[in-house]
Design a protein around this ligand. Structure first.
Ligand code: URP
Ligand code: ZN
Ligand code: ZN
Length: 486
């Protein structure tokens, strides 16, 4: 049997196994794993690691931000940067702003993504205006379109939903088999801190980090988990940045609740002290939740090791350090009107590999789970993406585990003008990335065109393996038979 493409002699790594095998690919899919496979096109992978391509499941691309600006990256530059960083699939956000319909939002993002991405893509839908029509017609329609994850905000005036709305969305998501994601920070605490800082003239970017106290995250994660438990709906807490927040996720999952967690490289590698720079320089590292401290970093690593976090995502939110981005409101603007977020879609996997696998903090299999397989499972893409199995898409990243590099804005291939990880030395880099069997990246060259990437309709969320939580007040055996459980 002659395969169209054979990846030869590599060490294959999945979320559970490491083994030496050739991989045969036909018609964009893995057709065989075995020894001595013949192929028309041979990729020599001896001394290389052959892993499922990364799935970047938290990125803001071609998205209008809460402060009104547009991210620096569109689907072309964002997907190219992702591919150079070892990813073969991206799931950015489609943001519904108040007054917009959900169908209108998804159509808009289709027009931004179609024919523009070098990688396959889907979107999580940000819901900021859960009207009756959205809840009863448009979310079910989005679900039929294959959008099976929604994100809610508990902060940002223009995006946040109240607790009742939160429960309504959780209920609709549960009914249709979707996963709700949440940005959990207490809006009132942030406003109170912000007012006190500004009243004292403390408006430099570094004060943004103080305006979002760890307690604001802790309170909101606790509230979000309680709401998810009340309706027994699955909930993913995104970008967890504090030990207290991580402990809440850990406790909920140990108790069997359908609670899942994500953290991001910036909380592992940077601290708010890095924002203590002259002028507006600190704005480059302004994000929400904000950077914390070194003690936090160590605790977050232990949560990665012990399974609290399902995914490590970049939260790529690229705004240039000029008047198109961070400085849109002038060079003296207070932190309240500076766009939140930082780039990182290209650096996520090299940083996680080098600092995680290279430093013995996580195994190779953990790396695959955290960077690809768990995202595929959470977001309804397994086994099409996120694993090396017969029938899966030929979405494969071939890494040289001993290649050395330095992270720099010059090698991120995105549209931003800085990297938060500038100068960071890494060992282990992706050399070749295949998407549906086609080379997208090889030896530093881009080989795919922006019309290669296809929209991925996603399957239902599967929460099997979690007992869930039954609130007594919603349990017909304990609530006088009131039939009110979703
Ligand atoms: O500061 C960040 N991360 N901005 C992006 C939007 C979000 O909340 O994820
Ligand atoms: Zn967020
Ligand atoms: Zn985000």
């Amino acid at each position: 049997m002659m395969y169209e493409t054979v990846i030869k002699g590599g060490t294959c790594v999945t979320a559970s196994e490491t083994f030496v095998a050739d991989i045969g690919i036909n018609k964009g899919r893995i057709a065989a794993l075995g020894a001595d496979l013949d192929g028309a096109d041979i990729i020599d992978a001896r001394d290389r690691l052959v892993m499922p391509g990364g799935i970047e499941a938290h990125a803001h691309i071609a998205q209008n931000s809460a402060t009104g600006g547009m991210t620096a990256d569109d689907y072309t530059s964002g997907s190219i940067s992702a591919a150079f960083g070892g990813n073969s699939c991206i799931i950015p956000f489609a943001a519904q702003h108040r007054g917009m319909g959900v169908t209108e939002t998804l159509d808009l993002y289709d027009s931004r993504a179609q024919g523009a991405s070098v990688l396959d893509y889907s979107y999580h839908l940000i819901v900021s205006d859960p009207t009756e029509k959205v809840l009863t017609e448009e979310l079910p329609a989005a679900f039929k379109r294959g959008i099976t994850s929604f994100k809610l905000f508990m902060t940002y005036d223009k995006m946040l939903v109240n607790d009742e709305q939160f429960l309504e969305v959780l209920t609709v998501a549960k009914e249709h088999g979707a996963l709700t994601m949440v940005h959990a920070e207490n809006a009132g605490m942030i406003k109170w801190m912000t007012d006190r800082l500004l009243a004292r003239g403390l408006k430099a970017p570094k004060y943004h980090a103080l305006s979002h106290p760890a307690l604001a995250e802790e309170e909101a994660i606790h509230r979000a988990i309680c709401m998810a438990k009340l309706v027994d709906a699955p909930l993913l807490i995104v970008h967890v940045s504090t030990p207290q927040g991580a402990a809440l996720v850990q406790n909920a999952r140990h108790a069997g609740a359908k609670i899942y967690g994500e953290t991001c490289p910036q909380y592992l590698f940077l601290t708010r002290d890095d924002m203590d720079k002259p002028g507006m320089e600190g704005a480059a590292l302004m994000c929400s939740p904000p950077l914390r401290d070194t003690a936090t970093q160590e605790v977050l690593w232990t949560h990665i090791q012990s399974g609290t976090f399902d995914v490590v995502s970049s939260d790529h939110s690229p705004y240039r350090m000029d008047d198109t981005g961070k400085l849109a409101n002038g060079p003296d603007a207070p932190f309240t009107v500076i766009a939140n977020g930082m780039p990182g879609i290209g650096a996520r996997l090299p940083m996680l590999f080098s600092e995680g696998v290279g430093k013995g903090r996580i195994s190779l299999n953990d790396f695959v789970a955290l960077s690809s397989t768990n995202a595929a499972r959470l977001y309804g893409l397994l086994p099409q993406k996120g694993t090396l199995t017969v029938g899966a898409d030929g979405d494969i990243a071939i890494w040289d585990p001993s290649a050395k590099g330095v992270i720099s804005v010059d090698n991120q291939n995105d549209a931003c003008d800085y990297s938060p990880f500038e100068g960071w030395q890494v060992t282990g880099l992706p050399m070749t990335v295949l998407s549906r069997g086609k080379r997208v990246i090889e030896n530093g060259k881009l080989l795919a065109k922006p019309d290669h990437g296809q929209f991925l309709p996603r399957a239902k969320f599967d929460s099997s393996g979690r007992a869930g939580y039954r609130a007594p007040e919603l349990d017909p055996a304990q609530n006088f038979g009131a039939n009110i459980a979703p």
